[in-house]
Design a protein around this ligand. Structure first.
Ligand SMILES: Nc1ncnc2c1ncn2[C@@H]1O[C@H](COP(=O)(O)OP(=O)(O)OP(=O)(O)O)[C@@H](O)[C@H]1O
Ligand SMILES: [Mg+2]
Length: 293
């Protein structure tokens, strides 16, 4: 893992299939990695559904961010100034400061320095980007790539929660990612989603340029009754088998998103939270090793 001011790894949490646990993992797994390893981390909510932001912030907090344009939409699009003369390409590429956009979620001290877990909040307006013509998306993509380049200097780890399916936003994530983390639930369609990610990444980036891939089995039963066929088949797969993490994320009531809880799953006051935390920490430890460059 590079230190500050070097090129941080960028992990895109991606699967073309919806509901496989991308948001749950982008939030809860990387929070444990942050807490355990004290790695300065930026979480980016790159999904127009902005579920990661909804998981971690109240409606009231979020409304105030929207009013102040402190969301990811400000990365993609500049406010158009009144004077048309000011609209040059350089003007369009001017970015807000990272520190002016991100929200701090948690802070620790390491060697007398602050180590932060920050969130770049999502925005429903991202959906409008998918409606634009390709020519209109050149500058938004350039802005996003520039923003992530800057974030790689400032943080030690950047994590992107992606939308399901393929879209302009998926292509943005693929172009900046050094690593892909693919959650898969033990069902046929979520499993097919893994191959779709691989095929899409190969087709879009070129075969030699596909980021480092790891697959995380999610929502597995503790008694191992549901994992047999799909998990075994995935682990035995010629191309994918070696990419599947040894540790699996187990099914837990604590990880089910609840309307009355805002925040990380293991911050809920229930006695069995240590079990879930330990499960997340063992995965975080294993995944951390694959990030050490
Ligand atoms: N290990 C788990 N145990 C229990 N519930 C889980 C687990 N992982 C995910 N879930 C639940 O499954 C649902 C889908 O998870 P999540 O929103 O993280 O998926 P997603 O891949 O981000 O979905 P989308 O494609 O819509 O963005 C949520 O209700 C979440 O709380
Ligand atoms: Mg999601």
């Amino acid at each position: 893992m590079p230190g500050k001011n070097k090129n941080a790894p960028v992990v895109a949490v991606l699967n073309m299939k919806g509901g496989v646990g991308k948001t749950t993992i982008a939030g809860n797994l990387f929070r444990e990695l942050f807490r355990d390893k004290k790695v300065h981390t930026l979480l980016i909510d790159l999904d127009a559904q902005f579920n990661l932001t909804q998981l971690l912030m109240t409606r009231k907090q979020y409304d105030s961010l929207l009013d102040n344009k402190k969301t990811i939409f400000s990365v993609f699009q500049h406010e158009i100034p009144d004077s048309v003369f000011a609209i040059s390409e350089e003007y369009h590429l001017e970015l807000p400061l990272i520190d002016d956009l991100v929200e701090n979620l948690e802070k620790h001290t390491r060697n007398e320095e602050d180590v932060k877990l920050d969130l770049l909040p999502g925005d429903f307006e991202l959906a409008t980007l998918n409606l634009k013509a390709r020519s209109e998306l050149r500058i938004p993509k350039k802005r996003f790539k520039r923003f992530v380049e800057n974030a790689k200097q400032q943080y030690q780890l950047v994590v992107i929660d992606c939308n399901p399916s393929t879209s302009f936003l998926t292509s943005c994530a693929l172009e900046v990612a050094s690593h892909l983390l693919i959650p898969v639930k033990p069902d046929k369609y979520s499993r097919l989603g893994v191959e779709m990610v691989l095929d899409y990444a190969k087709a879009y980036l070129g075969k030699g340029l596909v980021p480092d891939i790891k697959i995380l089995l999610n929502d597995m039963r503790r008694d191992n009754t549901n994992d047999n066929k799909i998990a075994r088949e995935l682990r035995g797969h010629r191309e994918l088998g070696s990419k599947v993490l040894v540790n699996e994320l187990k099914h837990s009531e604590l990880l089910i998103a609840k309307p009355d809880h805002t925040g990380f799953a293991t911050d809920q006051k229930v006695p069995y939270k240590e079990v879930v935390k330990n499960n997340l920490v063992e995965i975080a430890n294993e995944y951390y090793l694959s990030l050490v460059l």
